[in-house]
Design a protein around this ligand. Structure first.
Ligand code: ZN
Length: 185
């Protein structure tokens, strides 16, 4: 029944190294939620690099990666997520905000790893990567007792908010929403 949340990256826009940022770290968005025997990773900002090292150390071979959206600060760590380069690992990568003309989440993540802006293409990754686009608002069942309710957020290019429900309690990951005057969100 345990519900564990770990913050690997909490900054927005750009990583912020330096002594002023030691308390909460300088990495961009990446949150790990463990519940019901499942491991959910929210966003692949620069914080996912250290999470990747930790998963390798703990011999964890499987997780769901749920992206709020695909602005740089939420995906820039993905090319440095070391377990994705290892065989016998399996990651399901999901996003709910992308319009059809973007080509979907695989295409968007692959494009940031293309030359000449990055030297290692996504095809080099040896893990089994399953890419799944859904429509924000859908409910995702990610385990026998792990239900993830999603909702579209008001953000340029779209974004998805998540509510993870396990054995009663719930935990939400809702980042970057912009307020509309006269409305709650
Ligand atoms: Zn954004």
């Amino acid at each position: 029944m345990s519900f564990k949340v770990k913050f690997w990256g909490v900054r927005g826009s750009i990583a912020t190294p330096g002594p002023r940022y030691v308390a909460f770290g300088g990495n961009t968005s990446c949150i790990e939620v463990s519940c019901g025997g499942q491991r959910l990773i929210f966003d692949a900002g620069t914080g996912i690099r250290n999470l990747g090292h930790w998963l390798m150390k703990k011999n964890v071979h499987q997780a769901h990666l749920l992206l709020s959206h695909t602005h740089w600060d939420h995906i820039n760590g993905f090319p440095f997520f070391s377990p994705a380069f290892k065989k016998d690992h399996h990651f399901t990568i999901m996003a709910g905000h992308l319009a059809e003309e973007t080509g979907g989440i695989r295409e968007v993540l692959a494009s940031q790893m293309n030359q000449p802006t990055f030297p290692v293409p996504i095809d080099i990754m040896q893990a089994q990567l399953s890419f799944e686009d859904f429509k924000a608002g859908e409910v995702l069942n990610l385990g026998p007792d792990v239900r993830v309710v999603t909702t579209p957020l008001n953000h340029p290019d779209g974004a998805t908010g998540y509510r993870v429900v396990h054995a009663g309690p719930a935990s939400c990951y809702v980042t970057d929403p912009e307020h509309t005057h006269g409305k709650p969100a």
